[in-house]
Design a binder for this molecule. Structure first.
Ligand code: VG1
Ligand code: CO
Length: 542
C-alpha cells in the first residue's frame, strides 16, 4: 500500500449528478485519485464496507475502475461488487446496492454527455439506499477534496474485469458480477411479462429500442429480445462503445435521429424508445408521435393500477419543479399527494424511502419508481409496454384520451449551450434583482402573478436548499422557469422551460412551439436572453 502526497484541486464540487469534467481533466495526475479518496474519507471507516462499482462503458471507464479498485483495497473496503467489463447502468448500480445491502456505490458516467478522449467523464457516489448522495454528503466530499493532502493506493496489477468470479485482494473481496442478471430479475418481478410476451407474439406489434451505443444495449437485448421474445434486431445500436459511436447518447428527437426516422408515420411501427449513456433516461414514441416526458409521467401515473408493481395503487407522486404540471392533475384526480422537488434525482430519495411516493419523474426524460433510487430508462419502457399490452391501444390513442380527460400541458425546454459563464451569471443576477418588480407587469398580453427563486425544504429530514431556478407565473396559469445546468462541462448551459395548460378539446393538437409562442417571446423580453448571451435561438429544443 502506498500513501501518495497530493494537492487539492479547487474544482471538485459535484453538480446536479456527480462530478463531471472533460476526460483530459480526469486524466491529470491525482485528479481522479483525489476525488475517490475524498469519497472514502467521507464514508470512513471503510473497513468491512461493501461498495458497488461500475460505469457506462465510456472512454476511460476501465482505467478509472482499475484505479478505484486499487484505492478501495488500500483503504480497506471489505467487498467490491464490480460490473463485468466495468459495465453497470445507473439503475443497475442502485438495484445491486439495495439487493445486496451494500453501503454505497460508485458510478462512472457523464450520462448523456458525449464520450471519447476529448469529451466527458464523470463520477458519482450513491448512498446505502441506492440513491444519489444527498446534498449534505456531496458537500462533505467537496469540502474534503479541498483539504486533501494524501491518498492511499495498493501497489498491485490490474484485475481481470471480464472474468466473473470472486477473488480476495488484500483484505478486500473483489467480485466481478454479471451486469444484467440482477436487474433483469428485478424487472421481471415488477411487470406482467406474460402480457408483454403476448404483445410481441405475431407480427403486428413492432418495437424499436435505440440503445444509442451506450450502456443499455446488453440490458435491452436480454430483457426485450431474449426474455420477452421481441424480434432479434428490435434493439439497435446495442453494443456499448467508448465514444457512443461519435454521438450524444441523449434520448431526444435531435440525438436519437435513427430511432425517430424508423418511427415515422407510415412506418407501421407500434412503439419506439431510446435510453441515454448510463441507462437512466428514456424517450418513448408512438408511430410518428412524440410523447413528452412530462406527459409520459402523467400517463404512467394515471395507468399505474394496470402494472403489477403498483397493483395496490399509488399514495403519492413527485416531479421536479421545471416538469409540467400534467402529473399534478392526475394526482388530484386520484386523490393522492404530489410533491414538487428541485431538479435532480437526489431530491426524490427521501420521499421514496419514507413511502410518501411510489412514482416520480423529471422533464429531462427521467422517469422512475420505488423499485430503485435512480431514474430508470428501461423500467419506463417496460412500464409503457405493460400499459400498452393491457389497454390494447396505440401510444397516440392513449395520449389523446389522456388529454381529453385531463387537458393538455404544453411543454418545451430551450437550451442555450456553452454560453460564456460570466454573461450567464450576469443575466441571472440581473433577473433575480428584477423579480419583485416583475409581479403585476404584462408581457405579450400575459400578466405576471408570481416570480421567485425556487427553494425547497425536504418534508422528511427538513434539509433545505435554495436558488433552484427562477419561476415566473402568469395569470392564465402558464409558467416560465429558468436555471443554469449543473451537468455541463463547458461554459454555462442556460435552460428555459415553458408550460401552459389547455383544456379546450378543439385546441389539444397544436405544435407546442406555437402554443407556447407568447411565453417564448415573453421570456426573452423579461430576461434579455438574446441581449446577454448574444444568441438568437436556442441550441436544443425538446
Ligand atoms: C440535467 C437534468 C436533470 C437531471 C440531470 C441528471 O441536469 O436537467 O433533470 O436530473 O441532468 O441526469 P442539469 O443540471 O444539467 O439541468 V443524467 O441522465 O445526466 O444523470
Ligand atoms: Co443519465
Amino acid at each position: 500500500m502506498k500513501i501518495v502526497a497530493t494537492q487539492p484541486f479547487g474544482d471538485q464540487k459535484p453538480g446536479t449528478s456527480g462530478l463531471r469534467k472533460k476526460v483530459k481533466v480526469f486524466q491529470q495526475p491525482n485528479y481522479l485519485e483525489n476525488f475517490v479518496q475524498s469519497i472514502f474519507n467521507t464514508i470512513s471507516p471503510c473497513e468491512g464496507k461493501t461498495l458497488v462499482l461500475g460505469g457506462d462503458g465510456r472512454f476511460y471507464n476501465r482505467e478509472a475502475i482499475q484505479v478505484i479498485i486499487k484505492m478501495a483495497v488500500a483503504n480497506g473496503i471489505g467487498k467490491l461488487l464490480v460490473g463485468q467489463s466495468g459495465i453497470l447502468s445507473t439503475p443497475a448500480v442502485s438495484c445491486l446496492i439495495r439487493k445486496y445491502g451494500a453501503d454505497g456505490g460508485i458510478v462512472l458516467s457523464a450520462s448523456h454527455n458525449p464520450g471519447g478522449p476529448d469529451e466527458d467523464f464523470g463520477i458519482k457516489f450513491n448512498a446505502s439506499n441506492g440513491a444519489p448522495a444527498p446534498e449534505g454528503l456531496t458537500e462533505a466530499i467537496a469540502v474534503g477534496s479541498r483539504e486533501i493532502t494524501t491518498y492511499k493506493i495498493a501497489d498491485l496489477g490490474d484485475i481481470d474485469l471480464d472474468q466473473l468470479g470472486s477473488l480476495p485482494v488484500g483484505d478486500t473481496q473483489v467480485e466481478i458480477v454479471d451486469s444484467v442478471a440482477d436487474y433483469a430479475e428485478l424487472m421481471a418481478s415488477l411487470f406482467d411479462f406474460e402480457a408483454i410476451r403476448a404483445l410481441f407474439k405475431g407480427d403486428s406489434f413492432k418495437v424499436c429500442f435505440d440503445a444509442m451505443h451506450a450502456v443499455t444495449g446488453g440490458y435491452a437485448v436480454e430483457i426485450l429480445e431474449r426474455q420477452l421474445g421481441a424480434n432479434v434486431g428490435t434493439v439497435i445500436n446495442g453494443v456499448p462503445q467508448p465514444d457512443f459511436g461519435g454521438g450524444h447518447p441523449d434520448p431526444n428527437l435531435i440525438h436519437a435521429r435513427e430511432l425517430v426516422e424508423r418511427m415515422q408515420k407510415g412506418s407501421g411501427m407500434s412503439f419506439g424508445a431510446a435510453s441515454d449513456g448510463d441507462g437512466d433516461r428514456n424517450m418513448v414514441l408512438g408511430e410518428g408521435f412524440y410523447i413528452n416526458p412530462c406527459d409520459s409521467l402523467a400517463v404512467i401515473a394515471a395507468n399505474a393500477h394496470l402494472v403489477p408493481a403498483f397493483a395496490t395503487g399509488l399514495t403519492g407522486v413527485a416531479r421536479s419543479m421545471p416538469t409540467s404540471r400534467a402529473l399534478d392533475r392526475v394526482a388530484t384526480a386520484l386523490g393522492i399527494d404530489c410533491y414538487e422537488t428541485p431538479t435532480g434525482w437526489k431530491y426524490f430519495g427521501n420521499l421514496l424511502d419514507d413511502g410518501r411516493i411510489q412514482l416520480c419523474g423529471e422533464e429531462s426524460f427521467g422517469t422512475g419508481a420505488n423499485h430503485v433510487r435512480e431514474k430508470d430508462g428501461l423500467w419506463a419502457v417496460l412500464c409503457w409496454l405493460n400499459i400498452l399490452a393491457v389497454k390494447q391501444m396505440t401510444p397516440e390513442q392513449i395520449l389523446r384520451q389522456h388529454w381529453q380527460k385531463f387537458g393538455r400541458d404544453y411543454f418545451s425546454r430551450h437550451d442555450y449551450e456553452a454560453v460564456d459563464t460570466e454573461l450567464a451569471n450576469k443575466m441571472f443576477s440581473t433577473l433575480k434583482l428584477d423579480l419583485p418588480q416583475l409581479i403585476g407587469c404584462s408581457f405579450q398580453g400575459l400578466q405576471i402573478t408570481a416570480a421567485d427563486d425556487f427553494s425547497y425544504t425536504d418534508p422528511v429530514d427538513n434539509s433545505h436548499t435554495e436558488k433552484q431556478g427562477v419561476r415566473i407565473l402568469f395569470d392564465n396559469g402558464a409558467r416560465i422557469v429558468m436555471r443554469l445546468s449543473g451537468t455541463g462541462t463547458q461554459g454555462a448551459t442556460l435552460r428555459v422551460y415553458f408550460d401552459c395548460y389547455e383544456d379546450d378539446p378543439e385546441r389539444l393538437d397544436q405544435n407546442p412551439q406555437e402554443a407556447l409562442h407568447a411565453l417564448i417571446l415573453a421570456a426573452d423580453e423579461i430576461a434579455g436572453i438574446g441581449k446577454f448571451t448574444g444568441r438568437a435561438a436556442p441550441d436544443v429544443i425538446t
